[in-house]
Structure formats: C-alpha cells, structure tokens
Ligand binder design. Structure first.
Ligand SMILES: *Cc1c(COP(=O)(O)O)cnc(C)c1O
Length: 369
C-alpha cells in the first residue's frame, strides 16, 4: 500500500502562473507586486493592520524580537514544548529564553507558570500556538499589560486559528508565521510578521532590508539584515493564501474524521478548548500509559504510515539543558514522551484516515501481548 506522509504541500492553484509571471517580468528578488500583495492580504486575513514578509519563520521571530529591543540581559518567556526556533531566536538576540511548562489540556503556555517566571528582566512573552491550537490569549494579554511586557505570538503552525473568535496574528504586539513546506500554507521557505503598531512595522522594515534608510539610498543608520522574501516565494505564498480558507477547512475535516475513528479509544486526542478554534496543523494523539511511543511509531512505519514524535522539550536539548527540567516541566515532559503527530496534509482522504486508525489499533494491540 502507498505510503502516507505526515505532511506534504499541495500546489494546485495559481502558484505556477504567478511564478511564471515573476520569471517573465524579471521580478525575482526581494520586492515586487507579489510581496506587496501577500503583505496586504495576509494582514487582512489576520485582522492586523500591517504584515511584513521575510525569508522564513525563524528570521520573522528574530526580527520581531529585535524590533522590541530584546537584547543581552533580557529574558523572554517561551514554552518548553515548542520547535527550537522559538528559543534560538531569543538566543540570537543575546537574551535568555526562560522556559515555562504548558497546560495539560491545551498544550500551550501555562499562564500560572508564566506569572511565576516574570522578573524585572522579562522583555517579552512568546506564546506558541502549538500544532495549531491557540494559546489562551485573554489572561496572557492581561498579565503582560500588568507588567508592561510585549507579546510575540509564534503562530508558525496556526494560520487562521482563533481565540474567542479573534484570529491569531492580531492579538499580541507582534505575531510571526511560517510558510515552510509542511505548514498550513507554504512558499517553500517563507515567513511573515503581523502587527497593528506602525512604529514596530517601520522598525522591522528597516531591519529586514539591511538597515537602509528608506528615504536615503546607501545610508544605514543601524546594523540590519537581509531577511527579504523574494517575489518568487511571495508568488507561491499568495497563490496559497487565495485558498487558505479551503486549506483550513480541509484540516478541520481531517480532524473530524480522526475523531470519529478514535473517539472513546485509549488515545488522548488533539485539544480543543471551548474558547478556541484549533486549525489542526498536525493532528495529534498521546499513546496510552504503558505504551512505548517509539515502538508504536516504528510499527506504524511498517504499515507504511509516517508519524512524527512530539518535539523534545527545550530543557533536554544541549543548548538549553536543565538537569532538573523533568520536575520543573512535568506536563511538557509527559506530552513529549507520549505524543505522536499523525498524517495531516490537505491531501488526506477519509479512506486514508480509516486505514491510519486501523493501523493504530493494530500497533497498540501488538504491545498488549
Ligand atoms: C516551523 C516553525 C518555526 C520556524 O519556521 P521556519 O519557516 O521553518 O523557519 C518557528 N516556530 C515554530 C513553532 C514552528 O513550528
């Protein structure tokens, strides 16, 4: 039987037409009508005033933190359960990522743990809408306001996710998204920053374009970066954005099929808080207690079904190693050891989901004997 991958891009809209147009017109570098169009339409999609396109989701986070003047001596609060880029970009700024545990029900920032870890050095909080489920933004925004701390949403995995009816990307001071090949919409490599603050927007535009004064060619008031997205990347991203509602609808549909098949089973399923719209970037399960997750995944692989383990907790990785981390971050530790990402791309069919779930029950039974 054919192999079912966890994620693969679907490029069947205007992608080719727009890329051809870039080549025909020679607009292939870091500016052009697709970059402008993407920025305009992505901002509208998030309900944010501005969007700034950049080369990938990692540099989006870096430049967002730089715009907030995060630097040496500062701390940024980051969930222990995330992709490494969330923590690394804090380190790029010379600042320290301060990890907090995640909530057992939403798998996103534990607000009480955030409150405990705020210090006079805390410059920003980075909620990560992990696997497509939004963080609990209401209480987080309240807390940040109280201490005058900025929020940078890492929304790399959550295009279109909502907190109480409001789309992520327009809630914190800044938010960043990724258009990597496995994300909800893609440009191969790509990223974007959204904000409602014109000052931050101007600062990010300055920094992403080598620091050149927009009114004075070859005049560089600051050390900037070349983080520009090319018009070719933007052409693909814009064609994807035209279909984003469909992409999100597909993911919700795939999630509903998994729920039909797995409801009432021993697996714990992807979260869905009552205030949240989860966009299920990757559909997830936790294997039951006593089941060896890695063996389960190896058995699924033999069924020709690709799965992925959850991210390692940041605290076990060499750059951020904390020997006491397992006791400080018990929820992340448990999730990271038992979590599995299931095939979730827009190409998945109802029959695929049935086959995947039948294989899951079979692989579970293998460990019973
Ligand atoms: C994918 C991802 C990023 C980085 O995005 P790239 O475009 O791959 O650089 C950052 N944070 C999270 C949570 C991600 O999943």
């Amino acid at each position: 039987m054919n192999r079912i991958p966890v994620a693969e891009p679907l490029l069947n809209g205007n992608e080719r037409k727009y890329v051809d147009d870039c080549i025909d017109t020679g607009w292939i570098s870091g500016s052009g009508k697709y970059v402008n169009g993407l920025e305009e339409q992505f901002a509208a999609f998030c309900g944010a005033r501005y969007a700034i396109a950049v080369f990938n989701g990692t540099v989006a986070l870096h430049v967002a933190l730089l715009a907030l003047k995060v630097g040496p001596g500062d701390e940024v609060i980051v969930p222990d359960l995330t992709y490494i880029a969330s923590a690394n970009t804090v380190a790029y700024c010379g600042a320290t990522p301060v990890f907090v545990d995640v909530d057992p029900y939403t798998w996103t920032l534990d607000i009480a743990d955030v409150a405990r870890k705020i210090t006079p050095r805390t410059k920003a909080i980075m909620p990560v809408h992990v696997y497509g489920h939004p963080s609990e933004m209401g209480p987080l925004v309240e807390l940040a306001k109280q201490y005058n701390i900025a929020i940078v949403e890492d929304a790399a995995e959550a295009h279109g996710a909502e907190y109480k009816g409001q789309r992520v990307g327009g809630i914190g001071e800044l938010a960043t998204f990724s258009f990597f090949g496995n994300k909800i919409i893609t440009s191969g490599e790509g990223g974007i920053i959204t904000t409602n603050d014109q000052g931050l927007m101007d600062e990010i535009r300055l920094l992403k374009g080598q620091g050149m004064d927009p009114k004075r060619r070859y005049w560089f008031p600051v050390i900037g970066y070349n983080y520009r997205m090319t018009n070719v990347q933007a052409a693909i991203a814009l064609a994807q954005l035209e279909q984003v509602d469909w992409f999100i609808q597909r993911r919700l549909e795939v999630a509903s099929w998994y729920e039909e098949e797995l409801k009432g089973s021993m697996f714990t399923l992807s979260p869905q808080a009552e205030w949240a719209k989860n966009v299920y970037w990757l559909y997830c399960v936790l294997v039951p207690e006593g089941i060896d997750r890695d063996r389960f995944m190896a058995d699924m692989d033999k069924e020709n079904i690709e799965t992925r383990p959850f991210f390692y907790p940041m605290h076990v990785l060499p750059p951020y190693l904390d020997e006491q981390g397992d006791t400080k971050f018990p929820v992340t530790t448990r999730l990271a050891a038992s979590g599995v990402n299931l095939p979730s791309s827009a190409k998945i069919t109802r029959a695929d989901v049935k086959r995947i779930c039948e294989a899951m029950f079979k692989c579970l039974a293998l460990q019973d004997s």
